[in-house]
Design a protein around this ligand. Structure first.
Ligand SMILES: [Zn+2]
Length: 114
């Protein structure tokens, strides 16, 4: 139930944000999850829908997006497309995963701010 702890910290982040902006309600939450984060989108969605009852997110459906994995060269920073050999064509350095590994990003929180 890895997804439940992720959802719990996500809702805590939304609550902190809502408090900070003195929001009275949250209408929608958009979250991106890294492709290689090991998060099951279906489970994550279900966990959120269960967990949000009684929180500030109770009336806020979540839109879940997948953040595609990306690799980059640690030398020149050049992007290296998936499917190719994961070595920079310019420097010969092994590519480093630059996105999609373990992020749970809170992209958008639509709030009611009085
Ligand atoms: Zn390079």
């Amino acid at each position: 139930m890895h997804e439940y702890s992720l959802v719990q910290s996500l809702v805590e982040r939304v609550e902190a944000l809502a408090r900070e902006r003195k929001a009275t309600a949250v209408h929608r939450v958009v979250v991106s999850v890294g492709e290689l984060a090991g998060v099951d989108p279906g489970l994550f969605q279900t966990a959120y829908d269960t967990f949000r009852e009684g929180t500030i997110c109770a009336a806020a459906p979540m839109e879940l997006r997948t953040l595609p994995a990306r690799w980059a060269c640690p030398g020149c920073g050049g992007a290296i497309a998936r499917g190719e050999v994961l070595t920079c064509p310019a420097c010969g350095l092994p590519a480093r995963l630059s996105a999609g590994a373990d992020e749970i990003l809170l992209e958008t929180v639509e709030m009611e701010v009085p």
